[in-house]
Ligand binder design. Structure first.
Ligand code: TYD
Length: 155
């Protein structure tokens, strides 16, 4: 009991509002407890957007990849809840590949970034928190179109 209170007070001290809009890894912290650890995501706090929708990708065959795409408006925060996978992100200026394998951290992907999930380990679960409701018109599914929109400053 004492142990979990101490861990919770440490988590609260670490807790601060995240505002920067760049692609990056965000550590969520961990409330350590011998009964099992706990991590927390708070809307507009640990992630710099209001969480509107949550979905998860699971039962992905080992080594498989999901189709890449970008969004005009949607911001995302992606966590490996279980297992591991790689997340490739192109923000139009830099490309980065993140290896996600801990559920106490995630990657923030703002709008206007190409992102691709790949190299799933068997039984992995990708949790995706997003800033918008599902809208197929928000997707850019062609990488060449994404590059053209970025070059023209339209994204
Ligand atoms: P999609 O985002 O296209 O995944 P990927 O680019 O990895 O293939 O989603 C796959 C299907 O799931 C698509 O037909 C639409 C549906 N879907 C929803 O209905 N709501 C959602 O919030 C999401 C993410 C997908």
């Amino acid at each position: 009991m004492y142990c979990s209170r101490l861990a919770l007070s440490l988590y609260r001290r670490m807790r601060k509002k995240v505002t920067n809009n760049k692609v990056r890894e965000i550590k969520l912290g961990k409330v350590r407890d011998k009964r099992g650890n706990l991590s927390i995501v708070e809307s507009e706090m640990s992630v710099p957007f209001k969480i509107e929708r949550t979905y998860w990708i699971y039962d992905v065959p080992g080594g498989e990849a999901r189709q890449g795409h970008a969004y005009y408006k949607s911001k995302e925060f992606i966590i490996a809840l279980s297992g591991s996978f790689d997340l490739f992100v192109d923000d139009g200026q830099h490309t980065t590949t993140f290896h996600l394998d801990q559920c106490s951290k995630g990657v923030y992907v703002p709008e206007g970034c190409w992102r691709h999930l790949m190299n799933f380990a068997t039984n992995s679960i990708a949790l995706v928190l997003t800033s918008t409701k599902y809208n197929p018109k928000d997707y850019i599914r062609d990488y060449n179109i994404f590059v053209e929109l970025k070059k023209g400053g339209k994204l």
